[in-house]
Design a protein around this ligand. Structure first.
Ligand SMILES: [Zn+2]
Length: 282
């Protein structure tokens, strides 16, 4: 029996259906390709943070916080845990500002420099008596020039201090408190909140500058306002902010500005973290 020819009307309908199906398939394929492209363009794995379980501290490269390159938008809020070991409550660790992360070195009561540590020094500003670590001085000079152009003079009041001089200052502070009636043990602890023992001051490392004066009134000056707005652009942070005494162990020192490098200073400026928080040392 001869096959009955398919009517033209039915044939057209079938062709139309096939065409629609093809179109649907094609658009789905295009959509998929776009999705794949978007996936490819999206940022790769997020930079591990201190809380990332996938990044054991020992395997982190030392270059995670670059000092010289422009910080990426994905700047981590904190550096990898274990970049610097955390000192226990009654522990004193020895630290030396060297290696890729030298600028982030915590220096304080529980993080002390070797007794013979002396950084390579340079004048903070050309012609100034005050000195800083030679790696920090150019950044201070650049910041000084930028502020000066806007009518602010960031007078380098106190930069590098020898450990011998630091020991004298600390002993003098303890003596004052003892003379005021405190027993020696509590006087030593109280003194350290303002004047650290030898090797425990960032000034002994040449990493910090007291700007203008060492006076609480500094917080009310145009210089302080300028620093609060711009110091991070040059790699400096207010090291002992008001309200962070419990974390830093130091009373507020609005005049004390510490170099940490531009990437870290930007991250700390944006997050409001102090160095201990940024390094995960609390
Ligand atoms: Zn200081």
């Amino acid at each position: 029996m001869a096959k009955k020819p398919i009517p033209k009307r039915v044939m057209r309908a079938r062709l139309l259906c096939a065409g629609v199906l093809l179109c649907l398939l094609a658009s789905t394929a295009v959509g998929y390709a776009v999705t794949e492209q978007r996936k490819a363009a999206a940022p790769a794995e997020p930079v591990p943070t201190a809380t990332s379980p996938a990044a054991p501290a020992a395997e982190m490269p030392e270059t995670t916080v670059p000092e010289t390159t422009a910080p990426a938008e994905t700047e981590p809020a904190t550096v990898p845990e274990g970049l610097f070991p955390r000192a226990g409550a009654d522990e004193v660790l020895t630290v030396t500002p060297e290696g890729d992360n030298w600028a982030l070195t915590p220096v304080g009561y529980r993080y002390r420099l070797p007794a013979d540590y002396v950084p390579e020094l340079a004048a903070a500003v050309e012609g100034a008596d005050e000195q800083l670590d030679a790696r920090v001085a150019p950044a201070y000079a650049e910041m000084y020039a930028a502020a000066k152009a806007e009518g602010c003079t960031l007078t380098p009041y106190a930069g590098y201090v020898t450990q011998a001089r630091q020991a004298e200052r600390y002993a003098s502070r303890v003596q004052t408190l003892v003379a005021a009636g405190q027993d020696e043990a509590s006087a030593k602890l109280a003194a350290a909140k303002r004047v650290e023992p030898a090797g425990a001051s960032e000034h002994n490392a040449g990493l910090a500058m007291d700007v203008g004066s060492a006076s609480a009134d500094f917080v009310n000056t145009a210089e302080y306002a300028w620093l609060a707005a711009h110091a991070w652009e040059y790699g400096f942070v207010e090291r002992y902010p008001a309200g962070k005494t419990d974390v830093t162990g130091m009373e507020a020192e609005p005049w004390h500005w510490r170099y940490v490098g531009k990437a870290a200073a930007r991250a700390m400026h944006e997050s409001g973290q102090c160095l201990e928080e940024y390094l995960g040392l609390i």
